[in-house]
Design a protein. Structure first.
Length: 322
């Protein structure tokens, strides 16, 4: 049995939601018949991150109907989720490759094949049609919730309109591939499209489901997809007194399996002094030691983890509070 964090949440049975009304399994489109934006919410980008599935299941069981516009609700990597094993819960993150790194046109429309690419190709028309997008995630390590706003300021502004969580993140993307929230107009400062990715906390802690539902409710309210009164009735958590932005200045990518941290691994932990060694690795070509150091005083560690250590993977992002 693999060691892992406690599993406090029960994976929901999503089988009742397989047959939607779109012709694509586990994709539901609900039209208000009134003018308004097209809004998309996605759960199960990764098969072991099921707090989002709990939130989507909750919304469907409410019989929710949008007040205006159109809502698309999708359970994404259902094949990986079907393999979830409480004894080895990290194994079902994905099957062939990370579903959240395949959203560039070169991958979507290219010749390469994988289970995750096939699923992304099915969902791509709904993603491209969305004016507002919320992608529900969780984290391997314990950490307070983070709203990932992609690479453009407009998404951070939208996160402030949603009102949660306290910590917002602007970064430079992932070297391993394009995330869904960076596809097309979502990453274009001139476009009216907006996309957010909420990291609700540690994968399987009870509070992650509460954060997912609360964020979903507030997102529907902020887009006016839900009536304000409905949103007020269904929020689960108090809004933060203030929100603050973490701007990523450097992405730390493993070069080899020798990568290791030189500071304690703590999500949104702070390294007080510039120049402090944070992590080290070995250059596989030269054999030379590589050291990453804090680029500024009070450097913020964004989602540090060794859970998915492999060459080419991002192990931590370094940023600063603004």
């Amino acid at each position: 049995m693999a060691e892992h964090f406690p599993i406090e949440l029960n994976p929901p049975d999503i089988a009742p939601w397989r047959a939607g009304n779109t012709g694509v399994d586990y994709v539901h489109a609900i039209d208000s018949s009134r003018p308004g934006p097209t809004v998309m919410v996605q759960a199960l980008t990764h098969g072991n991150e099921f707090c989002g599935a709990i939130a989507a299941d909750w919304l469907l069981r409410q019989g929710f109907r949008p007040a205006r516009g159109r809502l698309t609700l999708a359970f994404a990597n259902v094949e990986a989720y079907a393999r979830f094993d409480c004894d080895d819960p990290d194994a079902s993150r994905y099957i062939d490759e990370d579903y959240n790194r395949v959203w560039a046109d070169e991958a979507i429309f290219g010749p390469r094949d994988s289970l995750e690419l096939r699923r992304a190709r099915q969902l791509r028309p709904y993603v491209d049609a969305a004016d507002f997008l919320l992608d529900l995630h969780s984290m391997h390590e314990p950490c307070r919730p983070i709203m990932v706003c992609g690479t453009v300021e407009k998404n951070a502004d939208f996160a402030r309109a949603v009102g949660v969580p306290a910590d917002l993140l602007l970064d430079a993307g992932h070297p391993a591939g394009l995330r869904m929230i960076e596809r097309g107009g979502f990453a274009d400062p001139a476009s009216d499209k907006r996309a957010l990715l909420i990291e609700c906390g540690q994968h399987w802690e009870t509070s992650a489901a509460e954060v997912a539902i609360d964020t979903l409710v507030r997102f529907l309210g902020a887009t006016a997809t839900a009536e304000a009164a409905w949103a007020r009735r269904h929020v689960r958590l108090p809004a933060p007194v203030a929100q603050r932005l973490v701007r990523v200045t450097e992405t730390v990518v493993a070069k080899s399996m020798a990568f290791r941290f030189l500071v304690p691994i703590e999500g949104l932990g702070v390294v007080e002094h510039a120049g402090t060694p944070i992590a080290e690795d070995v250059d596989p070509a030269s054999g030379e030691r590589i050291v990453w150091r804090a680029p500024c005083d009070r450097t913020v560690l964004v989602m540090p983890s060794l859970a998915h250590l492999r060459p080419g993977n991002t192990q931590v992002r370094l940023g600063r509070f603004e």
